[in-house]
Design a protein around this ligand. Structure first.
Ligand code: ATP
Ligand code: AMO
Length: 466
């Protein structure tokens, strides 16, 4: 076993034990010449350490050394765990370490561009501190992103990216257990895969190419190649040219594609069980992370049902109309209408996670299968968390001639996707699938107000660094 104890595991049961921890000197508070308190942080968890001069154990020089450490330096501490009689404020762990040995592994600059203690405070804590006349600097989003390496050290950010990791893990585990295979499709492709303008164009050894807007074409081609059920976790590139709280120029796509036997509801059944399992696993396995996020960015736990609510697009439109919101016939729902519908659904059905299906064909991409009973509608769906889209999915057109016509009518240069269309000329299974934005899932599960908070190094129209 490791000789090291993680700060997160420093608990009262370790009282009297000798421990070694490695972390950062988050705060250093000298008390006279013979004592100094250090708050040591590891992955968002903090413990108070006491360096007190004691004959034969701790020298006055060591206290001086501790008091002179710069914040955020990486240090090793050896000492005894004790349980103070008073509750400890300003640290996550309720034990103290009586320091015996102290080493500085790597010294941080004496002045940092972000004060981590300020950066970790919630809005309410900031207000309270300001009212109490405390000097503090509100760290804005841009500064946080400019110095992301520092910003990411806050407990909330540590939590967010553990949650992200868990979403991806639960997604993979569930799909593997359902007989899906993980695939990797090319990110350098000849043309737009979504038919939109938001593509990053580039030169591919003298040939025009672009960064994949989704794995759409190649995941469908894997179905034509008898892969049956596939999923992919990979980067998605969108040359978005406007600024919203929920669009990035690069995000992580969780994509699924599968054969269907009778009906595209088979795809929705997977969405339903997959997401109930992801949400359950977050609530079970990420309790501390969710608390850390909620401490800085308060939010209510997501309300979801065991069996996901499904509404048709028309039912959604009717709910909006009844509430006085006008929707253009066969149009898309704008951001505001989607939000409003989210509220109405919550009031009526008590859930913040639901599927809206049977969208008008005109607002869906060219590869979407029209409804057999009414071609003005399509076998498609979107999925929402707290009134915002996290998933688009559909049954696909599996007939090459029809696909070609649909692409042309959507203004797509079919030459750029000819190998994709040809894939359907050799016999193609009926199939469907969906795409999920990983950052959106994390943002909305945690009720965050900006997708940049859920992206490690976000890319937006003005940001390509760090
Ligand atoms: P996707 O584009 O992948 O389908 P999305 O969440 O961007 O997912 P859209 O269907 O494109 O959803 O758009 C839904 C609504 O979001 C649009 O009607 C529009 O109001 C808004 N929207 C989409 N893209 C942008 C953007 N780049 N800037 C501002 N608003 C946008
Ligand atoms: P769509 O374009 O709706 O569908 O994308 C799927 C999901 O990806 C997320 N998303 C984004 N996240 C961050 N920044 C963006 N700019 C952005 N754009 C989209 C959303 C969205 O629901 N090929 C289809 C999927 C399919 O039918 O299988 C597709 O790409 O969460």
């Amino acid at each position: 076993p490791s000789r090291w104890t993680r700060v997160e595991n420093l608990e009262k049961s370790l009282e009297g034990k000798h421990v070694m921890i490695r972390g950062r000197a988050q705060a250093i508070r000298p008390v006279g010449k013979k004592m100094a308190f250090l708050v040591v942080r590891e992955s968002g968890f903090t413990v108070q350490c006491l360096v007190q001069a004691q004959q034969d154990l701790v020298s006055v020089q060591m206290v001086k050394y501790a008091a002179a450490l710069s914040r955020e330096s990486v240090i090793d501490v050896e000492g005894l765990v004790s349980v103070p009689s008073e509750p400890i404020k300003g640290a996550t762990q309720q034990v103290e370490v009586q320091v015996r040995k102290l080493y500085c592994v790597s010294r941080a600059l004496p002045t940092l561009p972000i004060n981590l203690e300020d950066a970790a405070r919630s809005e309410a804590e900031i207000e309270k501190a300001l009212q109490a006349g405390e000097q503090l600097v509100r760290v804005n989003q841009d500064t946080r992103l400019n110095f992301r390496v520092l910003d990411l050290r806050t407990p909330a950010n540590q939590g967010i990216f553990s949650i992200q990791s868990q979403v991806e893990n639960a997604f993979r585990q569930f799909l593997l257990s359902e007989g899906f295979r993980q695939i990797h499709t090319p990110k350098l492709i000849a043309g737009s895969s979504e038919g939109g303008a938001a593509v990053f164009r580039l030169d591919y050894k003298g040939h025009p190419a672009c960064l994949a807007q989704s794995p759409q074409l190649h995941k469908q081609m894997a179905i034509c190649a008898d892969f049956g059920r596939v999923f992919e976790i990979g980067p998605v590139f969108r040359a978005e040219d406007s600024f919203t709280h929920r669009h990035l120029c690069e995000f992580t796509g969780l994509d699924v594609e599968m054969e269907i036997k009778k009906h595209y509801f088979e795809v929705m059944d997977i969405v339903d069980r997959l997401f109930v399992s992801i949400f359950d696993s977050l609530n079970q396995n990420c309790k501390k992370d969710l608390e850390a996020v909620a401490h800085q960015y308060p939010f209510e736990p997501l309300k979801y049902l065991r069996q996901t609510l499904r509404l048709t697009y028309e039912e959604g439109v009717q709910m909006l109309k009844d509430a006085g919101v006008e929707i253009e016939p066969f149009g898309d729902l704008n951001t505001e209408a989607e939000r409003k519908l989210g509220q109405l659904v919550l009031e009526k059905y008590g859930t913040e996670f639901y599927i809206l299906y049977r969208y008008p064909l005109a607002v869906r991409p060219f590869y979407t299968m029209p409804c057999y009973d009414n071609p003005q509608y399509s076998n498609s769906f979107d999925v929402f968390i707290r009134g915002e889209e996290i998933i688009s999915g559909a049954q696909r057109v599996h007939n090459a001639e029809m696909l070609e016509k649909r692409a042309e009518s959507c203004g797509i240069d079919v030459k750029t996707i000819s190998t994709y269309i040809d894939s359907f000329r050799y016999g193609a299974p009926t199939h469907g699938g969906f795409g999920v934005g990983l950052e959106r899932v994390v943002m909305l599960f945690c009720g965050l107000n900006n997708i940049r908070k859920a992206s490690l190094y976000p890319r937006d129209p003005l940001r390509i660094a760090p």
